[in-house]
Design a protein around this ligand. Structure first.
Ligand code: KIV
Ligand code: ZN
Length: 387
């Protein structure tokens, strides 16, 4: 298959890794609603679930496969026949099915999770890929805990599963352990040392335990990975997964990287709110790209600079991610320029002296009240005019 070398495939796992979060479980209709929005967003792959895990998850993969036509629909399995059979059955209606199978790759997992050896694990990995390949052409292999795996063993595993038929090799930093340069070097090592690496796409799947999921994913892309896995709002196990909106906007903002995605970024804000409300998981106000404060300017120095030229303090336009608009929040830290902006918006054009008087009153009110809204300003102006 020929791939555009600069295209980054976006693999969304909101409905699988994201949904593993306690309290975030969704019904099948809710998953379908989100999946349709993910399709509109333009993701290339939707990981719809882990069919063997429960009858409900199995059914969700069946229904999502029917409801969504553009993206590849992917189902997760462990490296065994039972899981793979279940995924094959759940994917029967998918127009473009993918099986995502895999096994632990670090000595920690090999010894303490599987009570096994590298040789045995390698065999199980290869057998799983060969087995799945009989039913589905598109096979993604995950080398769980690759972030802590011995690099030579990881390379051996990746080479073997590609030879067995894997089309995508996922190098998960399952525990969010790596630093960006370590993770980037891992991907580079695989690129440079795995003989058949060009027959597969390298995928990055990073967790956020040290707050580095986005940075690690970008490091992976800079070193040759071409698929990024993540979730909307970065939800996921423990501290979460890579936030898709962050990675996509980084690629858009830093065009010199020369990488692009299919994503319609204007849909981010609405989808973020939908995921947040359906999963009952609030978005932190200072969350990059989609947090309620992401485009709110509140200190006097920033407000003044922003009102002179937005680009002084705005590296992304709010409309590019579907955010309603930037806001100039009025607090006791705001300057005259911000007050003037809001008063003019409400129809009050004041002279310099009038503004000085209004600003003095405004500060007295703002010291009592945390932030000032239009009603407060209208009330303040009516008091000035009554005087
Ligand atoms: O974090 C991880 O390793 C995973 C795999 C199942 C892909 O979610
Ligand atoms: Zn994960």
């Amino acid at each position: 298959m020929l791939h555009d070398p600069n295209k980054v495939y976006v693999f969304d796992t909101t409905l699988r890794d994201g949904e593993q979060v306690p309290g975030c479980q969704l019904t099948t209709p809710e998953k379908i609603e989100i999946a349709k929005e993910l399709e509109t967003l333009g993701v290339d792959i939707i990981e719809a679930g882990f069919p063997i895990s429960s009858p409900g998850d199995f059914q969700s993969v069946v229904e999502l496969s029917k409801a969504v036509s553009q993206p590849i629909i992917c189902a997760l399995t462990r490296a065994n026949k039972g899981d793979i059979d279940s995924a094959v059955a759940a994917l029967q209606y998918a127009k473009r099915p993918r099986i995502h199978t895999g096994i632990g790759s670090s000595d920690m997992h090999i010894k303490h999770k599987f009570n096994s050896t590298r040789e045995e694990i390698l065999k199980r990995a290869v057998d799983a890929v060969k087995y799945a390949k009989q039913f589905v052409e598109d096979i993604e292999f995950y080398a769980e805990d690759a972030g802590r795996a011995d690099i030579n063993f990881l390379a051996q595993m990746v080479e073997a599963v590609i030879a067995a038929g894997a089309t995508v090799v996922n190098i998960p930093d399952t525990n969010g352990y790596c630093l960006p340069d370590q993770y980037g070097q891992k991907i580079k090592f695989l690129k440079d040392n795995v003989q058949n690496i060009d027959q597969a796409i390298i995928s990055v799947h990073c967790h956020n335990d040290l707050g580095l999921a986005t940075a690690n994913s970008i490091a992976g892309l800079q070193n040759g990975a071409r698929q990024i896995e993540g979730t909307i709002n970065g939800i996921g196990e423990r501290a979460g997964n890579t936030s898709i909106e962050e990675v996509v906007m980084i690629l858009k903002t830093h065009q010199y990287l020369g990488l692009h995605t299919n994503i319609n970024t204007k849909n981010f804000y609405e989808l973020s709110r939908m995921v947040s409300s359906q999963m009952r998981m609030p978005v932190q106000p200072n969350k990059a790209i989609v947090g309620s404060n992401a485009f709110a300017h509140s200190s006097g120095i920033h407000q003044d600079g922003f009102l002179k030229n937005r680009e002084n303090y705005e590296i992304i336009r709010p409309e590019d991610v579907g955010f309603p608009d930037a806001t100039i929040v009025l607090t006791a830290r705001s300057g005259r320029h911000a007050l003037k902006f809001h008063l003019e918006r409400l129809g009050h054009n004041l002279s310099k002296e009038e503004l000085a008087d209004a600003y003095h009153r405004f500060l007295t009110i703002a010291d009592r009240k945390l932030d000032i809204n239009d009603e407060d300003l209208t009330m303040m102006m009516s008091e000035i005019y009554v005087k």
